[in-house]
Write a protein that binds this ligand. Structure first.
Ligand code: NAP
Length: 164
């Protein structure tokens, strides 16, 4: 893992802190960590459409606190369901909300994520905005329960070029 330029952290919230502590020396300064974790209440046997409070404000901000200094943390992919990513019969057509404290780090994450056809990344501001984007997973689960696994988010009225 130390050799990787980018690490994607995609584990249940209940395992996130333990996982980051266990990784310890496996992460190194300069790496980009894309955190997808959502503090769903189901992590502690609650409802999947509810969130847990996180002292740091969001799972992404907790990740930033736990990684070695110099690891760059970006938060993304919370509104994209695993079901839509793995169903190759249905083309994706949705936005990915990206938060982080460095525009350059977000741009790097976006370039990787947009290699998946049908995903457009939108810069949603500082890492603290992950409090909002993580909570949208609960919303998407509520929508999914009523309609389809393939529901996604699309922001309108944005310029053509989002990462100039
Ligand atoms: N699923 C979605 O549609 C979706 C959408 C948006 C965001 N998210 C968020 O993305 C994260 C991952 O979701 P998921 O649905 O992919 O979860 P998941 O299927 O329950 O778990 C993902 C992976 O985490 C590993 N894992 C869990 N606990 C671990 C531990 N203690 N040590 C090492 N590996 C561990 C599992 O490994 P094993 O298979 O070996 O157990 C599995 O490969 C969650 O925080 C979730 O809220 C998910």
């Amino acid at each position: 893992m130390r050799a990787a330029d980018t690490v994607i952290l995609s584990v249940p919230f209940a395992s996130q802190a333990e996982m980051l502590r266990d990784l310890g020396d496996a992460l190194r300064p300069g790496q980009l960590l894309i955190d997808t974790t959502v503090p769903l209440a189901s992590a502690v046997a609650g409802e999947p459409s509810r969130l847990l409070g996180v002292w740091q404000g969001s799972a992404a901000e907790q990740a930033l606190e736990l990684v070695p200094a110099g690891v760059r943390v970006v938060s993304a992919l919370h509104t994209v369901s695993a079901a839509s990513l793995t169903d190759l019969e249905h083309p994706l057509d949705q936005d990915v909300l990206v938060c982080g404290d460095s525009r350059e780090d977000k741009r790097e994450a976006a370039a990787l994520i947009e290699r998946i056809d049908g995903l457009r990344c939108v810069d949603c501001g500082h890492l603290e905005m992950a409090r909002v984007t993580e909570s949208l997973t609960a919303l998407m689960i509520a929508v999914k329960l009523r309609y389809t696994n393939h529901a996604g988010i699309r922001l309108t009225g944005l310029p053509e070029e989002l990462w100039a």
